[in-house]
Write a new protein. Sequence first.
Length: 278
Amino acid sequence: MPSHSPRRVVSLQPSATVILSAVGRLDRVVACTKYCADVCPEVNNSGRMIVADSWTATTDEILAARPDLVIASVPYQEKAVTAILKSGARFLGLAPKTLADIYTDIATIAGIVGASEAGEQVVAEMQGALETVRGETWNLQRPRVFCEEWGKPLIASQPWVAELVEAGGGEFLGKPGAQITPEEVLALNPEVLIAGWCGAGNRVPLERIVRDRGWDDVAAVKDGRVFCINDEFLNTPAPTLLEGLKALAAAVHPECFPQPPKGLRCIERSGSSSSHAR
């Protein structure tokens, strides 16, 4: 392994931890956040330091891990970055928006830790899976889909999620990553509603948001096509997005794609004895 390849990595971003695991370099991670454990369970009970995220991590706790590379994502604290750089550790800040950005991040991280070939393989597998699903949906009717990453204020999911929705056979409504009002969503009348709130796991209160926003007349609500997809499957810009793609495809075209074993939960229909949870 080249001597310039970092041996002690502090990951303040779950996607970076997942990527390092995917390219076979998880052993380099000496500290990561509690959110990393949600998407990469291998870090649990492994003796690694657990630190705060990119925005709240303190300089002292980062430097205590004696890193030679710190990986974070926007937003992060500039004063912490300054201290990290002064310590001699390298700093890599990520700010992906699209799937192309995510592929670049994977290749970059893999190259830094001396696993370029593995990184290219991970990217190729992601692209191949995406094209397979796209090929199965290209001639299908495209339901209107609204997908949100936050509820208050209401924010549409990121551009990479919009790309996944399109690949899964849907028409993404709204501007990706932008704030939108419940009234605007009502006017768009989506046929499928999907909530994947950052940090909420699978605990988005679907029944409550429909009620509180006055969405009873939305087509998706009338047809019982309101879903929660696990946060880590949609909001972690890493290979875990393939799980999100499976969930999205099953929500948008259940006639063509099987329900995934985890990650997709449907709203409870009023008056039904079944939870309709998946």
